[in-house]
Design a protein around this ligand. Structure first.
Ligand code: HEC
Length: 471
């Protein structure tokens, strides 16, 4: 009896398989429509960015808005440039994996080839729900920049810093945070940092210096510093010491204080905005702490692409933890800022390492390089010497600052080293290369480079109420 069923199932399956083969060989028998087949895919995989008020050039929510883009959609979807996703599928499983399945790609392709028909509007799935303006939902508090900023029409990109006192009298636990650009024509990226208050006891007394002495001191410090400023932008001096292999260097490939990671220069990272970046939404109970009295620092990267005088007053929105905080989110930037990329080099390797101070659980990775960034990899080197690739991005693309959220948090024992390896293409073959004739060092402008492996993690044996440690 049982066997008959199985046999029957096999026969039916073979029949279905055969009829599919025949139908695809003889052209489509099934009409693919927007309302019935395509809209559910677009709602799930495109509308996050392709909806009114977001960064993408058109909305995928209605047939009317989508129809003029059909050809371009077929091209981008079959070439897999849309949705943007750059992680090598062989390593790690990602909660926010945006890729379409091959069946979904086939459906979109078939739909366009059949004339991109609307079908019956009654087949449309319910409109997905988005909160107007905020991806994380309605914030409990919105903290804008302290004042509106006016950006001149021409000149190089600008980094501007704005500090705000949100007036937090006690420690605040944040469940999710979003940085929201006000003027998308000029806001290239936003990074909001937490700057905890400096205890008075540790503040150095200021020596009483004359104007001349102060000027001389400043000149001396500027001369000795490996970094200089070009307008608003910090750049590493061409003649500063060089270290490409930060993992095999006592200073870890860091100019200045070796014990300071990228996050320590400006405070703890709270939220960011850049094309393709996800918002910081942690699991309930896993929270970011803002100590009482902290200031919030906005680092704004403005681009002059608009070509006219523009104004901006961007904001961050926070949703407070609604349940007892269980774990604190630490954000660390594993970075090398002492590398030197020779002119024309097409595969220049740079490393940076970090050692887990405790048993940790990793939440996400966000590699950050600039226009010469070619590939990047995060690798764990366990205390017993075994290694494991945690994330591999074989073709890094500066246009997409994706944070890769692990489907299941990755547990690493105390003492595990995380090695971030970046490769840069400073040759003429890199079509994004601003100038292959230049020797390139670390710096804030996009025509300099960066090598930062950002990462959010929680530490196992830590009470959220305890004073936040320094990573
Ligand atoms: C993470 C955000 C994001 C997601 C998800 C996304 N897109 Fe895009 N898309 C963009 C942005 C931003 C642009 C404009 C910049 C560019 O072309 O690279 C764009 C451009 C495009 C273009 C090119 C438009 C032109 O100028 O020709 C097409 C077509 C497209 N997207 C289709 C899709 C489809 C279809 C999906 C879902 C299957 C999707 N995108 C998912 C952000 C996104």
């Amino acid at each position: 009896m049982k066997r008959t069923y199985i046999l029957l199932a096999v026969v039916i399956a073979a029949g279905v398989f055969l009829s599919q083969q025949i139908s695809s060989a003889n052209g489509p028998t099934k009409a693919v429509t927007f309302s019935k087949d395509v809209a559910p895919i677009f709602n799930a995989k495109c509308a996050e960015c392709h909806r009114p008020g977001e960064g993408a050039p058109f909305s995928t929510l209605t047939y009317k808005d989508v129809r003029p883009w059909a050809r371009s959609i077929r091209e981008k979807v079959t070439q897999k440039t849309m949705p943007p996703w750059h992680a090598d599928p062989h390593f790690g499983t990602w909660a926010n994996d945006r890729r379409l399945t091959s069946a979904e790609i086939e459906t979109v392709k078939e739909w366009v080839e059949q004339g991109a028909k609307e079908g019956d509007p009654r087949d449309m799935p319910p409109m997905p729900k988005f909160t107007e303006g905020w991806t994380i939902g309605k914030p409990d508090i919105v903290i804008p920049m302290p004042q509106e900023f006016t950006l001149e029409a021409s000149g190089p990109d600008e980094y501007q810093y704005f500090e705000v006192d949100p007036g937090f009298k006690e420690d605040v636990y944040v469940q999710s945070a979003e940085a929201r650009p006000d003027n998308r024509k000029i806001v290239h990226h936003i990074i909001a940092f937490i700057r905890p208050p400096v205890a008075n006891a540790t503040a150095k007394p200021r020596p009483n210096l004359s104007k001349e002495e102060l000027a001389a001191l400043r000149a001396k410090m500027e001369k000795e510093s490996p970094v200089y400023r070009e307008g608003f932008l910090a750049r590493t001096k061409q003649e500063a010491p060089v270290c490409d292999d930060g993992c095999n260097d006592p200073k870890g490939g860091r100019l200045g204080r070796a014990d300071r990671g990228a996050e320590m220069e400006n405070g703890q990272l709270l939220a960011g905005y850049a094309p393709g970046m996800n918002q910081a939404i942690w699991e309930p109970g896993t929270v970011k702490k803002i100590p009482a009295g902290s200031k919030i620092m906005f680092q704004m990267h403005y681009s002059k692409a608009a070509g006219s005088v523009q104004k901006d007053r961007s904001s961050i929105g926070l949703i407070y933890a609604k349940t007892e905080p269980k774990k604190l989110v630490h954000t660390t930037g594993i970075s090398n800022n002492a590398f030197l990329i020779p002119a024309g080099a097409d595969n220049h390797k740079v490393t940076a390492c970090w050692t887990a101070p405790d048993d940790i659980q990793i939440i996400n990775f966000m590699p950050h390089m600039h226009l010469r960034g070619k590939a990047v990899e995060y690798k764990a080197i366990y205390p017993d010497g075994k290694t494991e690739i945690l994330l591999n991005v074989p073709s890094y693309d500066f246009s997409w600052q994706t944070a890769y959220y692990l489907k299941e948090q990755k547990e690493l024992p105390k003492g595990t080293r995380i090695m971030v390896t970046g490769y840069f293409d400073n040759s003429t073959r890199n079509k994004f290369n601003p100038d292959p004739a230049k020797i390139v060092r670390y710096g804030e402008p996009t025509y300099d480079e960066m090598m930062i492996g950002w990462m959010d993690y929680t530490a196992k044996n830590e009470s959220p109420k305890a004073v936040a440690r320094k990573e």
